[in-house]
Design a binder for this molecule. Structure first.
Ligand SMILES: *[C@@H]1O[C@H](CO)[C@@H](O)[C@H](O)[C@H]1NC(C)=O
Ligand SMILES: *[C@@H]1O[C@H](CO)[C@@H](O)[C@H](O)[C@H]1NC(C)=O
Ligand SMILES: *[C@@H]1O[C@H](CO)[C@@H](O)[C@H](O)[C@H]1NC(C)=O
Ligand SMILES: *[C@@H]1O[C@H](CO)[C@@H](O)[C@H](O)[C@H]1NC(C)=O
Ligand SMILES: *[C@@H]1O[C@H](CO)[C@@H](O)[C@H](O)[C@H]1NC(C)=O
Ligand SMILES: *[C@@H]1O[C@H](CO)[C@@H](O)[C@H](O)[C@H]1NC(C)=O
Ligand SMILES: *[C@@H]1O[C@H](CO)[C@@H](O)[C@H](O)[C@H]1NC(C)=O
Ligand SMILES: *[C@@H]1O[C@H](CO)[C@@H](O)[C@H](O)[C@H]1NC(C)=O
Ligand SMILES: *[C@@H]1O[C@H](CO)[C@@H](O)[C@H](O)[C@H]1NC(C)=O
Ligand SMILES: *[C@@H]1O[C@H](CO)[C@@H](O)[C@H](O)[C@H]1NC(C)=O
Length: 329
Protein backbone atom coordinates (compact mmCIF):
# COMPACT_ATOMS: atom_id res chain seq x y z
CA UNK A 1 0.00 0.00 0.00
CA UNK A 2 2.73 2.45 1.04
CA UNK A 3 4.67 1.43 -2.06
CA UNK A 4 1.63 2.08 -4.22
CA UNK A 5 1.19 5.56 -2.74
CA UNK A 6 4.88 6.29 -3.20
CA UNK A 7 4.73 5.17 -6.84
CA UNK A 8 1.60 7.24 -7.41
CA UNK A 9 3.31 10.28 -5.86
CA UNK A 10 6.30 9.77 -8.15
CA UNK A 11 4.04 9.67 -11.19
CA UNK A 12 2.23 12.83 -10.06
CA UNK A 13 5.50 14.63 -9.36
CA UNK A 14 6.96 13.52 -12.69
CA UNK A 15 3.90 14.77 -14.58
CA UNK A 16 4.01 18.08 -12.68
CA UNK A 17 7.66 18.44 -13.59
CA UNK A 18 7.08 17.75 -17.25
CA UNK A 19 4.26 20.32 -17.42
CA UNK A 20 6.42 23.01 -15.86
CA UNK A 21 9.23 22.41 -18.36
CA UNK A 22 7.01 22.72 -21.46
CA UNK A 23 8.13 25.28 -23.98
CA UNK A 24 6.42 28.46 -25.13
CA UNK A 25 2.78 28.04 -26.13
CA UNK A 26 2.32 27.16 -29.78
CA UNK A 27 0.94 30.08 -31.81
CA UNK A 28 2.02 32.46 -29.04
CA UNK A 29 2.04 35.42 -31.42
CA UNK A 30 -1.46 34.73 -32.75
CA UNK A 31 -2.83 34.20 -29.25
CA UNK A 32 -1.34 37.46 -28.00
CA UNK A 33 -2.50 39.41 -31.06
CA UNK A 34 -5.99 37.93 -30.82
CA UNK A 35 -6.30 38.67 -27.12
CA UNK A 36 -5.00 42.19 -27.67
CA UNK A 37 -7.68 43.00 -30.26
CA UNK A 38 -10.36 41.18 -28.30
CA UNK A 39 -9.57 43.07 -25.11
CA UNK A 40 -9.90 46.37 -26.94
CA UNK A 41 -13.16 45.20 -28.53
CA UNK A 42 -14.63 44.30 -25.13
CA UNK A 43 -13.27 47.30 -23.20
CA UNK A 44 -13.47 49.90 -25.92
CA UNK A 45 -14.69 52.62 -23.53
CA UNK A 46 -12.15 51.81 -20.83
CA UNK A 47 -8.83 51.89 -22.70
CA UNK A 48 -7.14 54.10 -25.25
CA UNK A 49 -6.69 52.49 -28.68
CA UNK A 50 -3.49 50.51 -29.08
CA UNK A 51 -1.72 49.07 -32.12
CA UNK A 52 -1.53 45.35 -31.40
CA UNK A 53 1.14 44.58 -34.01
CA UNK A 54 3.29 47.24 -32.42
CA UNK A 55 2.57 45.83 -28.94
CA UNK A 56 3.58 42.33 -30.02
CA UNK A 57 6.86 43.64 -31.39
CA UNK A 58 7.65 45.48 -28.18
CA UNK A 59 6.68 42.43 -26.13
CA UNK A 60 8.72 39.93 -28.14
CA UNK A 61 11.78 42.22 -28.13
CA UNK A 62 11.83 41.84 -24.36
CA UNK A 63 12.76 38.15 -24.49
CA UNK A 64 13.25 36.89 -28.05
CA UNK A 65 16.76 35.58 -28.88
CA UNK A 66 17.74 36.00 -25.22
CA UNK A 67 18.81 33.53 -22.59
CA UNK A 68 15.45 32.72 -20.89
CA UNK A 69 16.73 33.31 -17.36
CA UNK A 70 18.61 36.50 -18.13
CA UNK A 71 15.66 38.83 -18.72
CA UNK A 72 14.84 41.40 -16.09
CA UNK A 73 12.41 44.25 -15.38
CA UNK A 74 14.28 46.63 -17.72
CA UNK A 75 13.53 44.35 -20.68
CA UNK A 76 9.77 44.61 -20.14
CA UNK A 77 9.60 48.34 -19.26
CA UNK A 78 8.95 49.42 -22.90
CA UNK A 79 6.03 46.99 -23.18
CA UNK A 80 4.37 48.27 -20.00
CA UNK A 81 5.01 51.88 -21.01
CA UNK A 82 3.15 51.20 -24.23
CA UNK A 83 0.25 49.11 -22.94
CA UNK A 84 -0.41 51.28 -19.86
CA UNK A 85 -2.91 50.58 -17.08
CA UNK A 86 -5.82 52.72 -18.31
CA UNK A 87 -8.45 50.42 -16.93
CA UNK A 88 -7.46 50.81 -13.26
CA UNK A 89 -10.02 53.18 -11.71
CA UNK A 90 -10.34 54.68 -8.24
CA UNK A 91 -11.55 52.26 -5.52
CA UNK A 92 -11.53 49.29 -7.93
CA UNK A 93 -8.13 47.60 -7.45
CA UNK A 94 -8.28 44.04 -6.13
CA UNK A 95 -5.05 42.27 -5.19
CA UNK A 96 -5.03 38.58 -4.36
CA UNK A 97 -2.75 35.95 -2.90
CA UNK A 98 -3.65 32.28 -2.81
CA UNK A 99 -7.18 33.04 -4.03
CA UNK A 100 -6.85 33.10 -7.82
CA UNK A 101 -10.25 31.61 -8.56
CA UNK A 102 -12.23 33.55 -5.96
CA UNK A 103 -10.57 36.88 -6.78
CA UNK A 104 -11.49 36.55 -10.45
CA UNK A 105 -15.03 35.37 -9.75
CA UNK A 106 -15.38 38.41 -7.52
CA UNK A 107 -13.79 40.95 -9.87
CA UNK A 108 -15.83 39.60 -12.83
CA UNK A 109 -13.44 40.89 -15.50
CA UNK A 110 -13.52 44.46 -14.27
CA UNK A 111 -17.31 44.68 -13.96
CA UNK A 112 -17.09 44.66 -10.16
CA UNK A 113 -13.42 45.23 -9.44
CA UNK A 114 -10.10 45.09 -11.30
CA UNK A 115 -7.41 42.46 -10.73
CA UNK A 116 -4.08 42.48 -12.50
CA UNK A 117 -5.43 39.82 -14.88
CA UNK A 118 -8.30 42.15 -15.81
CA UNK A 119 -5.89 44.83 -17.08
CA UNK A 120 -4.87 44.74 -20.72
CA UNK A 121 -1.32 43.49 -20.08
CA UNK A 122 -2.46 40.86 -17.59
CA UNK A 123 -5.38 39.65 -19.69
CA UNK A 124 -3.23 39.27 -22.80
CA UNK A 125 -0.59 37.13 -21.10
CA UNK A 126 -2.60 35.34 -18.42
CA UNK A 127 -1.73 31.65 -18.19
CA UNK A 128 0.68 31.74 -21.16
CA UNK A 129 4.20 30.38 -21.21
CA UNK A 130 7.00 31.94 -23.23
CA UNK A 131 10.78 32.11 -23.26
CA UNK A 132 13.58 33.01 -25.64
CA UNK A 133 15.70 30.81 -27.86
CA UNK A 134 19.22 31.86 -28.80
CA UNK A 135 18.96 30.09 -32.18
CA UNK A 136 19.63 32.96 -34.60
CA UNK A 137 17.81 31.27 -37.49
CA UNK A 138 14.51 30.74 -35.58
CA UNK A 139 11.91 33.31 -34.53
CA UNK A 140 13.77 33.64 -31.23
CA UNK A 141 11.20 31.71 -29.19
CA UNK A 142 11.79 28.27 -27.66
CA UNK A 143 8.70 26.12 -28.20
CA UNK A 144 10.18 22.91 -26.81
CA UNK A 145 11.40 23.81 -23.36
CA UNK A 146 11.37 26.74 -20.95
CA UNK A 147 13.47 26.48 -17.80
CA UNK A 148 11.92 27.57 -14.50
CA UNK A 149 13.97 30.62 -13.56
CA UNK A 150 14.15 32.20 -10.10
CA UNK A 151 12.53 35.36 -11.29
CA UNK A 152 9.47 36.05 -13.38
CA UNK A 153 10.17 39.56 -14.64
CA UNK A 154 7.02 40.01 -16.72
CA UNK A 155 4.67 39.28 -13.81
CA UNK A 156 6.97 41.04 -11.37
CA UNK A 157 6.91 44.29 -13.31
CA UNK A 158 3.18 43.86 -14.03
CA UNK A 159 2.52 43.59 -10.28
CA UNK A 160 4.69 46.60 -9.50
CA UNK A 161 3.00 48.78 -12.12
CA UNK A 162 -0.47 47.61 -11.06
CA UNK A 163 0.29 48.46 -7.42
CA UNK A 164 1.68 51.89 -8.29
CA UNK A 165 -1.56 52.69 -10.11
CA UNK A 166 -3.86 51.72 -7.20
CA UNK A 167 -5.85 54.63 -5.90
CA UNK A 168 -8.52 55.23 -3.24
CA UNK A 169 -9.90 52.18 -1.44
CA UNK A 170 -7.75 49.17 -2.28
CA UNK A 171 -8.65 45.54 -1.56
CA UNK A 172 -6.63 42.37 -1.06
CA UNK A 173 -8.23 38.94 -0.95
CA UNK A 174 -6.21 36.41 1.04
CA UNK A 175 -6.63 32.77 1.94
CA UNK A 176 -6.97 32.08 5.68
CA UNK A 177 -6.84 28.33 4.92
CA UNK A 178 -3.51 28.39 3.12
CA UNK A 179 -0.32 26.97 4.53
CA UNK A 180 3.09 26.86 2.89
CA UNK A 181 5.42 24.08 4.10
CA UNK A 182 3.09 23.53 7.05
CA UNK A 183 3.06 27.19 8.16
CA UNK A 184 -0.17 29.21 7.88
CA UNK A 185 0.49 31.77 5.18
CA UNK A 186 -2.47 33.96 4.32
CA UNK A 187 0.20 36.62 3.88
CA UNK A 188 3.66 35.73 2.67
CA UNK A 189 6.44 38.25 2.24
CA UNK A 190 7.67 36.07 -0.63
CA UNK A 191 4.40 36.25 -2.57
CA UNK A 192 3.88 38.77 -5.37
CA UNK A 193 1.64 40.69 -3.02
CA UNK A 194 4.20 40.74 -0.21
CA UNK A 195 7.23 41.41 -2.41
CA UNK A 196 5.98 43.73 -5.13
CA UNK A 197 2.47 44.95 -4.48
CA UNK A 198 2.20 46.06 -0.87
CA UNK A 199 5.66 47.74 -1.05
CA UNK A 200 4.66 49.67 -4.18
CA UNK A 201 1.32 51.04 -3.02
CA UNK A 202 1.52 54.80 -3.12
CA UNK A 203 0.49 56.09 0.31
CA UNK A 204 -0.40 59.51 -1.04
CA UNK A 205 -3.03 57.91 -3.29
CA UNK A 206 -4.29 54.97 -1.23
CA UNK A 207 -7.02 55.87 1.26
CA UNK A 208 -7.22 52.46 2.89
CA UNK A 209 -6.32 48.81 2.38
CA UNK A 210 -9.32 46.52 2.93
CA UNK A 211 -8.09 43.05 3.85
CA UNK A 212 -10.64 40.37 2.92
CA UNK A 213 -9.98 36.93 4.41
CA UNK A 214 -11.70 33.87 2.95
CA UNK A 215 -11.57 30.28 4.18
CA UNK A 216 -12.18 27.08 2.31
CA UNK A 217 -15.74 25.86 2.72
CA UNK A 218 -15.21 23.02 5.20
CA UNK A 219 -12.07 24.63 6.66
CA UNK A 220 -9.45 24.66 8.00
CA UNK A 221 -9.62 28.13 9.57
CA UNK A 222 -5.90 28.65 10.12
CA UNK A 223 -5.83 32.42 10.37
CA UNK A 224 -8.37 35.18 10.86
CA UNK A 225 -8.25 38.99 10.94
CA UNK A 226 -5.82 40.20 13.60
CA UNK A 227 -3.83 37.02 14.08
CA UNK A 228 -0.91 35.16 12.51
CA UNK A 229 0.44 36.43 9.22
CA UNK A 230 -2.59 38.67 8.72
CA UNK A 231 -1.48 40.70 11.72
CA UNK A 232 1.95 40.87 10.09
CA UNK A 233 0.40 42.23 6.91
CA UNK A 234 -1.51 44.87 8.87
CA UNK A 235 1.76 45.92 10.51
CA UNK A 236 3.66 46.04 7.20
CA UNK A 237 0.94 48.26 5.74
CA UNK A 238 0.96 50.56 8.79
CA UNK A 239 4.74 50.83 8.59
CA UNK A 240 4.25 52.19 5.08
CA UNK A 241 1.66 54.68 6.33
CA UNK A 242 -1.34 52.79 4.94
CA UNK A 243 -4.46 52.27 7.05
CA UNK A 244 -6.13 48.87 7.03
CA UNK A 245 -9.45 47.31 7.94
CA UNK A 246 -9.94 43.57 7.91
CA UNK A 247 -13.04 41.43 7.26
CA UNK A 248 -13.39 37.68 7.77
CA UNK A 249 -15.52 35.88 5.15
CA UNK A 250 -17.24 38.99 3.79
CA UNK A 251 -20.79 38.20 2.62
CA UNK A 252 -20.25 39.28 -1.00
CA UNK A 253 -17.52 36.65 -1.43
CA UNK A 254 -19.05 34.00 0.81
CA UNK A 255 -22.09 33.98 -1.47
CA UNK A 256 -19.89 33.30 -4.49
CA UNK A 257 -18.12 30.43 -2.70
CA UNK A 258 -21.48 29.01 -1.66
CA UNK A 259 -22.55 28.64 -5.29
CA UNK A 260 -20.39 25.48 -5.33
CA UNK A 261 -21.37 24.20 -1.84
CA UNK A 262 -24.98 25.31 -1.22
CA UNK A 263 -25.66 22.50 1.26
CA UNK A 264 -22.55 22.86 3.42
CA UNK A 265 -22.73 23.95 7.05
CA UNK A 266 -21.11 27.32 6.21
CA UNK A 267 -23.80 28.01 3.62
CA UNK A 268 -26.84 27.16 5.75
CA UNK A 269 -27.61 30.88 6.03
CA UNK A 270 -28.69 30.63 2.40
CA UNK A 271 -31.16 27.82 3.05
CA UNK A 272 -32.79 29.43 6.10
CA UNK A 273 -32.91 32.85 4.46
CA UNK A 274 -34.40 31.49 1.25
CA UNK A 275 -37.03 29.40 3.04
CA UNK A 276 -38.25 32.35 5.13
CA UNK A 277 -38.25 34.63 2.13
CA UNK A 278 -40.15 32.17 -0.08
CA UNK A 279 -42.71 31.58 2.64
CA UNK A 280 -43.49 35.23 3.26
CA UNK A 281 -43.36 36.10 -0.44
CA UNK A 282 -45.65 33.26 -1.53
CA UNK A 283 -48.11 33.93 1.35
CA UNK A 284 -48.29 37.61 0.43
CA UNK A 285 -48.60 36.77 -3.23
CA UNK A 286 -51.57 34.44 -2.85
CA UNK A 287 -53.39 36.87 -0.58
CA UNK A 288 -52.87 39.65 -3.06
CA UNK A 289 -53.94 37.44 -5.96
CA UNK A 290 -57.14 36.44 -4.17
CA UNK A 291 -58.04 40.04 -3.32
CA UNK A 292 -57.40 41.17 -6.89
CA UNK A 293 -59.46 38.31 -8.38
CA UNK A 294 -62.42 38.92 -6.07
CA UNK A 295 -62.30 42.67 -6.76
CA UNK A 296 -62.20 42.15 -10.53
CA UNK A 297 -65.06 39.66 -10.37
CA UNK A 298 -67.08 42.13 -8.30
CA UNK A 299 -66.43 45.00 -10.70
CA UNK A 300 -67.32 42.86 -13.73
CA UNK A 301 -70.57 41.73 -12.12
CA UNK A 302 -71.48 45.32 -11.27
CA UNK A 303 -70.58 46.47 -14.79
CA UNK A 304 -72.69 43.70 -16.30
CA UNK A 305 -75.73 44.64 -14.24
CA UNK A 306 -75.36 48.35 -15.06
CA UNK A 307 -74.79 47.52 -18.73
CA UNK A 308 -77.89 45.34 -18.86
CA UNK A 309 -80.05 48.08 -17.31
CA UNK A 310 -78.51 50.66 -19.71
CA UNK A 311 -79.10 48.56 -22.80
CA UNK A 312 -82.70 48.03 -21.89
CA UNK A 313 -83.38 51.73 -21.17
CA UNK A 314 -81.32 53.08 -24.16
CA UNK A 315 -82.79 50.65 -26.67
CA UNK A 316 -86.15 52.04 -25.88
CA UNK A 317 -85.14 55.73 -26.06
CA UNK A 318 -82.38 55.89 -28.74
CA UNK A 319 -82.78 54.46 -32.23
CA UNK A 320 -79.10 55.19 -33.13
CA UNK A 321 -77.80 52.96 -30.34
CA UNK A 322 -77.28 49.88 -32.50
CA UNK A 323 -75.12 51.83 -34.95
CA UNK A 324 -72.78 53.35 -32.37
CA UNK A 325 -72.47 50.02 -30.64
CA UNK A 326 -71.34 48.52 -33.94
CA UNK A 327 -68.56 51.12 -34.29
CA UNK A 328 -67.38 50.57 -30.74
CA UNK A 329 -66.99 46.92 -31.49
C1 LIG B 1 1.00 49.32 -36.22
O1 LIG B 1 2.31 48.88 -35.95
C2 LIG B 1 2.89 48.19 -37.05
C3 LIG B 1 4.22 47.62 -36.57
O2 LIG B 1 4.99 48.58 -35.93
C4 LIG B 1 3.07 49.18 -38.21
O3 LIG B 1 3.64 48.50 -39.32
C5 LIG B 1 1.69 49.72 -38.59
O4 LIG B 1 1.82 50.71 -39.60
C6 LIG B 1 1.00 50.31 -37.37
N1 LIG B 1 -0.38 50.63 -37.73
C7 LIG B 1 -0.94 51.80 -37.47
C8 LIG B 1 -2.33 51.97 -37.89
O5 LIG B 1 -0.31 52.69 -36.90
C1 LIG C 1 18.85 44.14 -16.75
O1 LIG C 1 19.84 43.49 -17.48
C2 LIG C 1 20.68 44.36 -18.27
C3 LIG C 1 21.68 43.51 -19.04
O2 LIG C 1 21.09 42.40 -19.56
C4 LIG C 1 21.38 45.36 -17.37
O3 LIG C 1 22.13 46.29 -18.16
C5 LIG C 1 20.37 46.11 -16.53
O4 LIG C 1 21.00 46.95 -15.60
C6 LIG C 1 19.47 45.13 -15.77
N1 LIG C 1 18.43 45.89 -15.12
C7 LIG C 1 18.04 45.66 -13.88
C8 LIG C 1 16.93 46.51 -13.33
O5 LIG C 1 18.55 44.78 -13.20
C1 LIG D 1 -13.79 56.20 -3.50
O1 LIG D 1 -14.04 56.00 -2.13
C2 LIG D 1 -13.94 57.21 -1.36
C3 LIG D 1 -14.09 56.84 0.10
O2 LIG D 1 -15.22 56.05 0.30
C4 LIG D 1 -15.01 58.19 -1.83
O3 LIG D 1 -14.88 59.40 -1.12
C5 LIG D 1 -14.81 58.47 -3.32
O4 LIG D 1 -15.84 59.30 -3.80
C6 LIG D 1 -14.80 57.16 -4.10
N1 LIG D 1 -14.46 57.44 -5.48
C7 LIG D 1 -15.09 56.89 -6.51
C8 LIG D 1 -14.64 57.30 -7.87
O5 LIG D 1 -15.97 56.06 -6.36
C1 LIG E 1 -4.25 27.51 -18.10
O1 LIG E 1 -4.14 26.85 -19.35
C2 LIG E 1 -4.23 25.45 -19.26
C3 LIG E 1 -4.02 24.90 -20.66
O2 LIG E 1 -2.88 25.47 -21.24
C4 LIG E 1 -5.56 25.04 -18.70
O3 LIG E 1 -5.61 23.65 -18.54
C5 LIG E 1 -5.76 25.72 -17.35
O4 LIG E 1 -7.06 25.46 -16.87
C6 LIG E 1 -5.58 27.21 -17.46
N1 LIG E 1 -5.65 27.79 -16.14
C7 LIG E 1 -6.27 28.93 -15.90
C8 LIG E 1 -6.23 29.37 -14.49
O5 LIG E 1 -6.82 29.57 -16.77
C1 LIG F 1 15.09 25.14 -25.82
O1 LIG F 1 15.57 25.02 -24.49
C2 LIG F 1 16.15 23.78 -24.23
C3 LIG F 1 16.50 23.71 -22.74
O2 LIG F 1 17.03 24.94 -22.29
C4 LIG F 1 17.39 23.59 -25.13
O3 LIG F 1 17.97 22.32 -24.88
C5 LIG F 1 16.94 23.68 -26.59
O4 LIG F 1 18.08 23.63 -27.44
C6 LIG F 1 16.22 24.98 -26.81
N1 LIG F 1 15.65 24.99 -28.15
C7 LIG F 1 15.76 26.03 -28.96
C8 LIG F 1 15.12 25.88 -30.30
O5 LIG F 1 16.34 27.04 -28.63
C1 LIG G 1 17.50 26.73 -35.32
O1 LIG G 1 16.24 27.02 -35.92
C2 LIG G 1 16.13 26.55 -37.25
C3 LIG G 1 14.78 27.05 -37.79
O2 LIG G 1 13.73 26.75 -36.92
C4 LIG G 1 16.25 25.03 -37.26
O3 LIG G 1 16.16 24.54 -38.61
C5 LIG G 1 17.57 24.62 -36.64
O4 LIG G 1 17.65 23.22 -36.54
C6 LIG G 1 17.72 25.24 -35.26
N1 LIG G 1 19.06 24.97 -34.74
C7 LIG G 1 19.26 24.48 -33.51
C8 LIG G 1 20.71 24.29 -33.12
O5 LIG G 1 18.34 24.17 -32.76
C1 LIG H 1 -6.50 28.26 -0.16
O1 LIG H 1 -5.27 27.68 -0.47
C2 LIG H 1 -5.30 26.28 -0.64
C3 LIG H 1 -3.87 25.81 -0.90
O2 LIG H 1 -3.08 26.01 0.23
C4 LIG H 1 -6.21 25.94 -1.81
O3 LIG H 1 -6.29 24.53 -1.94
C5 LIG H 1 -7.59 26.51 -1.57
O4 LIG H 1 -8.39 26.31 -2.71
C6 LIG H 1 -7.51 27.99 -1.28
N1 LIG H 1 -8.81 28.45 -0.86
C7 LIG H 1 -9.41 29.49 -1.38
C8 LIG H 1 -10.74 29.85 -0.82
O5 LIG H 1 -8.90 30.13 -2.29
C1 LIG I 1 2.50 58.86 -5.65
O1 LIG I 1 1.38 59.60 -6.08
C2 LIG I 1 1.63 61.00 -6.17
C3 LIG I 1 0.31 61.66 -6.49
O2 LIG I 1 -0.31 61.12 -7.60
C4 LIG I 1 2.69 61.23 -7.23
O3 LIG I 1 2.96 62.61 -7.35
C5 LIG I 1 3.96 60.46 -6.86
O4 LIG I 1 4.92 60.58 -7.90
C6 LIG I 1 3.66 59.01 -6.63
N1 LIG I 1 4.83 58.35 -6.08
C7 LIG I 1 5.35 57.26 -6.62
C8 LIG I 1 6.53 56.68 -5.94
O5 LIG I 1 4.90 56.74 -7.64
C1 LIG J 1 -5.97 32.52 14.78
O1 LIG J 1 -7.37 32.38 15.08
C2 LIG J 1 -7.92 31.14 14.69
C3 LIG J 1 -9.42 31.21 14.89
O2 LIG J 1 -9.72 31.80 16.12
C4 LIG J 1 -7.27 30.03 15.50
O3 LIG J 1 -7.82 28.77 15.10
C5 LIG J 1 -5.79 30.05 15.22
O4 LIG J 1 -5.14 29.10 16.02
C6 LIG J 1 -5.21 31.44 15.50
N1 LIG J 1 -3.82 31.44 15.02
C7 LIG J 1 -2.86 32.06 15.65
C8 LIG J 1 -1.51 31.99 15.03
O5 LIG J 1 -3.03 32.68 16.70
C1 LIG K 1 -35.43 32.26 9.14
O1 LIG K 1 -36.21 31.64 10.14
C2 LIG K 1 -35.44 31.06 11.18
C3 LIG K 1 -36.38 30.37 12.17
O2 LIG K 1 -37.58 30.09 11.57
C4 LIG K 1 -34.64 32.16 11.88
O3 LIG K 1 -33.82 31.58 12.90
C5 LIG K 1 -33.76 32.87 10.86
O4 LIG K 1 -33.08 33.94 11.47
C6 LIG K 1 -34.60 33.39 9.71
N1 LIG K 1 -33.72 33.94 8.71
C7 LIG K 1 -33.96 35.10 8.11
C8 LIG K 1 -32.96 35.54 7.08
O5 LIG K 1 -34.93 35.78 8.38
Amino acid sequence: MALKIALWLLVVLASLHSTSSLGSDRHLKEIVLGRCWDFQRQKVYAVNAKNCSQLWETFSKAFAYKDPCATNFSDYEPFFDEVGMDIVKMNKSLFWSGTYKEAHMYSDFDFRLTTLEDTMAGWMMNNLTWCGSQNKSSDGINYTSCPSCDDWPFWGLASKRFAEKANGIVRVLVNGSRSINGTPAAYSKKSFFGRLELPNLNKSKVIKLLILVVHNIGGPVLEVCGNGSIKEMENDAKKRGIQTTCHDNPAEIQHLLCADFPNSRECQFLASGARNATKSVSCGYWKLAAIVTISIAGILLLAAIIGLINVKTRKKKDPLFNYSHGIEE
